[in-house]
Write a protein of this length. Sequence first.
Length: 601
Amino acid sequence: MRIPDSLVEKLLHHSEQFSAEQITALREQEVIEKKPLQDLVLSNNLLSEKELTKLYAAEIEVPFVELNAKEINHDILKLLPERIARQYNAAVFAVEGETKFLAMEDPDDIQALNFLQKQLGTNLKIHITTASLLRGALDQYRGNISSELTKVIASNEEVEAEEEVDENDLAEDSPVAQTVNLIIEYGVKAGASDIHIEPREDFVVVRYRIDGLLREANKLPRKLLGALVSRIKILSNLKIDEHRAPQDGRFKVEVSGLMYALRVSTLPILDGEKVVMRILNESTKAADFTDLGFWGTALIHLKDAIVQPHGMVLVTGPTGSGKSTTLFSVLSSLNTPNVNISTVEDPVEYHIVGANQTQVNAIAGMTFTNGLRALLRQDPNIIMVGEIRDGETADLAVQAALTGHLVFSTLHTNNAATCLPRLLDMGVEPFLIASTVRVVVAQRLVRRLCVDCREQYAPDAAVLKQLDKTFRLSRHGGIATMHQLEGVALEDGIGRSSTGKGATTDSLSSTSSTISRLFKPHTEGCEACNHTGFKGRIGIYEVLSNSTGIQSLIVSGSTTENLEKTAITEGMLTMQLDGFIKALRGQTTIEEILRVTSQEQ
């Protein structure tokens, strides 16, 4: 749906939420960026898609409907064939007597209306809805992945053996191509971060990593393996005749109107070639720091560090802990027309409009070290090095931070305090580390409780005693301190929302003397979370600020334990305690925190 600029301006005035100055500034931005006013309103988060559509609905006097895809009767939906529904962006969502209720993205499309009336009859009640809600309804035409794949594979009898793969098997409209498309489509819709296609002796397993855990989705006939792998290699521009060496590639797909990049890795294993595809949503906007899970002193120290004109900010954690997402959000917040952001990454995961991003290519000689050396001749203000892997890269990054650049990078260490001795181990002089590093962020990802079905419970004396022992609460000020910290977290927006049908978190879960409640997933989950009890993930962090006390310890060659102890004394929360506060706020569970952190602190 495209709303004319003049009408968007009129809607903004009528909403009475914006001043004349704000609307004038938007108009000026429209001229500079040459983008429609509707797109600027949405990209600047002035109004949500739903809010803008509701204002438009009131203006054209067409009722707005908030479609709930899960509640639409499948027989009613199929009154309009899927091909026509997708062509005209319309869906039948209810029937009352002779009247059919039709949701459209653009009810002003006269040509579409005329055709739909011929198809469904003139007794239609037209509603308007958002593009995203309509996409959800159209997705209901499809069944689950098992039934859909069964239909495709049933027509796939021409592939008799995995070794016999010809051009016809790999054509765009072939059953193998449809199978690959289905596997990707269901992975995207399930919110998976990775798709695993794994050969076994007698079959091929398709597994999705959802919220950090792998789930088996389907088993395919073994004879499809060769064609499936070859099809994915063609999409990724890889060598289809190379089966003995690992390969890496990338391709893009569009699912439900959004663009996704898939990073492909193939690996020869005992039973054949395994394929893993990492799903990256290129339409994703950078999350703000609160959405990521930063709050309190951690948020203050991070914000202070990233606005410095020079220095180094390091993010540490294992693979898959969200380091790239954190850096993407930080760089996006700093991305303005008057700064030059340059990166060297392996691979480039998130595309940042306006930044100069370089892909590492070892074969061509473009390593992190060579790339960073080249970047320093490109007049950058802000540099991001995907990973510091060796002493030479570390030394170059430190030199860049010393010469007036703000440098971001990642390291693989278990916690924040270990990061500083790791740089020492790479040969960086202690006084250089002390003078360049601003903050070190260590992080993990935990599953977020579903807000629609989470439950609360009151812990008994035995549970409270176990919590005190496990999280060493007495060493960190006891329950009274946890109560104060929870209050700060609530003020900073952690768990403040009371939306959702599950237990609300608009009040504190602790008092100065006890913990009154904790949260757990519903045993059977709900439709919103696919009956798992969890939906999405949130970060738990420790942010070590390079204070004067920490600098003295670095220069004197102090141990990791002393660095961490001093940082905690100065107010740093460990990842485990940060997770504990988020468990009090209903964001996750105690069990999730213990799953991703060590038992000892």
